[in-house]
Design a protein around this ligand. Structure first.
Ligand SMILES: [Fe+2]
Length: 179
């Protein structure tokens, strides 16, 4: 009979949720924390993108309304994968909106009215911020030879940069290079 696994895990995962992994306990802690922060930001950005989808107005209404909906769907699709990645490596993930609000680094925008171009510029900055955070998490995954997390983030970084690009182009003043 094999001996019970030594309890060398520093994170507070219940034994029932401690998915077997060859990753070191410290790596699981760090990677889970990075992924959970990305997950909180994904939920915050998802809701902000929907907020702007619901409240956008003006002559580009249809274009912006549709683009923001597409982007919200893509952002929401990342949430399950981020959370399940944490569980695959033996960490635990978010359980509530309360946890999202504690961990999010994307700022909410509860303004009554936001001009359409400002909406796009704000989301552009948020997506840029998310890509940078994903790159940091990717580096952490590389450092711990966690290619599963690195591979997932590579796709998400590309998708986030696509959103940044679309928001940049759609928000450019016509006839100007102004960013
Ligand atoms: Fe809608």
């Amino acid at each position: 009979m094999s001996k019970a696994k030594p309890d060398n895990r520093s994170h507070k995962t219940s034994p029932d949720l401690d998915t077997p992994t060859d990753l070191a306990s410290a790596a699981v802690d760090k990677l889970s924390a990075a992924l959970n922060a990305l997950l909180a930001d994904a939920f915050a950005l998802y809701l902000k993108t929907k907020n702007f989808h619901w409240h956008v107005s003006g002559r580009h209404f249809r274009d912006y309304h549709l683009m923001l909906d597409e982007q919200s769907v893509a952002i929401f699709a990342t949430t399950d994968q981020l959370a399940e990645r944490v569980r695959k490596i033996g960490g635990t993930t978010l359980r509530s909106i309360g946890q999202v609000s504690k961990l999010q680094t994307i700022h909410d925008n509860d303004e009554e009215y936001v001009p359409p171009r400002e909406m796009l510029r704000e989301l552009m900055g948020d997506n840029k911020h998310m890509a940078a955070a994903m790159r940091k998490a990717h580096k952490l995954a590389d450092d711990h030879e966690d290619s599963g997390t690195a591979g997932l983030l590579e796709t998400f970084i590309d998708e986030t940069e696509r959103r940044t690009w679309f928001l940049f182009e759609a928000s450019r003043q016509e006839g100007s290079n102004a960013a």
